[in-house]
Design a protein around this ligand. Structure first.
Ligand SMILES: NC(=O)c1ccc[n+]([C@@H]2O[C@H](COP(=O)([O-])OP(=O)(O)OC[C@H]3O[C@@H](n4cnc5c(N)ncnc54)[C@H](O)[C@@H]3O)[C@@H](O)[C@H]2O)c1
Length: 387
């Protein structure tokens, strides 16, 4: 199959991700059938797409005709078979439950055209395991969009253990057609590229909260001073502390037990103080914004510490063969985290000793062995590896 053969896409799930994926596909001219388990979920997904397109039309970013044309390309159904028959590409965005995803793909695999490409938008789970239930695992791939789909540019296109190059290449072409920037993830490893590079800093934030010496607002103040649109603890609250801890638990199982969420976060979850969605988390939230006193900035922990952790993990990601190039790693972080630049670009002008010292002091202070500097950080070769 080549890109011109793709006319109809099925999107399974119409929640936060499913409706966003549907929107970007119809805006690129694809016919999309969106499937969910209740008509009210589908109606709500379509209403959000309409609202977003009306907003864009109101701002003059798309024409009223484009908006109407895009909306005319959506169909909805409660029946998987109906959704996937005649679809060349099927993108799954149902809840993050392994058994559910396997059940869905078993049914899809039995009902879809033999040459269809099947993609999962899982944010954490093994592509190979989900794909183990389908008839043609060489045409099964990870397609990891970022939230909100209509604004975030990155799509990670992830190989499972049997995915063919042709499948990944075609999905990259489709990602470009729907106005995204694809980055190939060459191995099916926890966190893929972006979330993996972010993982040790997530664990560090949990350890900082438990230590209690640097207050969340003091670290967030430092990051806001250097231009961060959303600072790290604010982001944790925004994402939801339950989701944040769920991810740490997953890394504790798959990367190192030291990733386990600490006492501070665990007690927040127990008190149902989950962040923005519950009105209180690390911060109080009013009118959709965190109330943060940024008058005092930390002098102890600085952006260099967070960058050192990021580039150290990026070196590991490179050595494990997850990315084809250093540029791909930088692009993934830049476009997946809305960052100013990727870790290698940001660290290019830094002294190896400064990064090494930062990592050694964090490892010792918080007892997190995965923060130990990689040899390429110590000898400065992180500036040239892969180039
Ligand atoms: N929300 C994020 O920030 C984010 C980012 C990247 C990836 N993801 C991943 O995307 C997937 C979906 O996440 P979400 O945030 O959109 O979840 P969500 O809960 O907002 O939406 C999931 C939708 O799937 C529907 N559904 C349940 N069973 C179904 C079935 N058998 N067939 C069709 N639809 C079914 C639900 O009714 C719901 O509407 C998950 O795997 C998640 O890990 C989420």
């Amino acid at each position: 199959m080549n890109i011109n053969d793709v006319k109809k896409i099925a999107v399974l799930g119409s929640g936060a991700m499913g409706h966003g994926i549907t929107q970007v596909c119809i805006q690129a001219g694809y016919n999309v059938v969106m499937r969910d388990i209740k008509q009210e979920f589908l109606d709500s997904g379509v209403a959000k797409i309409r609202e977003s397109l009306e907003f864009l039309a109101g701002k003059g970013k798309i024409s009223a005709e484009d908006k109407d044309m895009a909306l005319s390309l959506i169909k909805t159904t409660l029946d998987t078979k109906e959704a996937v028959s005649n679809a060349q590409v099927i993108i799954e965005a149902v809840p993050e439950i392994m058994d559910l995803k396997k059940t869905v793909f078993k049914e899809v695999s039995e009902s879809c055209p033999a040459d269809a490409i099947l993609a999962t938008n899982t944010s954490t789970m093994s592509i190979s395991e989900i794909g183990s239930v389908v008839k043609n695992p060489e045409r099964f791939v990870g397609l990891h969009f970022f939230n909100p789909v209509n604004r975030m540019k990155l799509v990670e296109v992830i190989y499972g253990n049997k995915t063919s190059d042709a499948t990944v290449d075609l999905m990259c072409e489709i990602a470009k057609k729907i106005n995204k920037i694809p980055v190939k993830v060459m191995k099916d490893r926890p966190g893929f590229i972006v979330n993996r590079i972010n993982a040790p800093n997530q664990a560090l934030l949990s350890a900082i909260l438990d230590e209690g010496k640097v207050l969340p607002q003091e670290l967030d103040a430092v990051m806001k001073k250097i231009g961060a649109k959303m600072a790290p603890f604010e982001t944790a609250d925004f994402v939801g502390l339950d989701v944040f801890c769920h991810t740490l638990d997953y890394y504790a199982k798959t990367l190192s037990p030291q990733y386990k969420p600490g006492k501070f976060l665990t007690s927040k979850i127990a008190k149902k103080e989950l962040g923005m969605k519950s009105g209180k988390g690390i911060y109080e939230w009013k009118d959709g914004k965190a109330v943060i006193d940024t008058s005092k900035a930390s002098e102890d922990l600085t952006p260099v510490h967070l960058l050192a952790v990021q580039v150290n993990e990026a070196v590991k990601v490179w050595k494990e063969g997850l990315a084809k190039s250093i540029q791909d790693i930088d692009d993934a972080v830049k476009f997946g985290m809305n960052a100013f630049a990727g870790p290698f670009a940001l660290a290019a002008g830094m002294q190896p000793q400064q990064l090494t010292d930062a990592l050694n002091s964090l490892t010792k202070r918080f007892g997190l062995d995965f923060l130990k500097p990689e040899p390429e950080i110590i000898d400065g070769s992180f500036k040239t590896i892969g180039r």
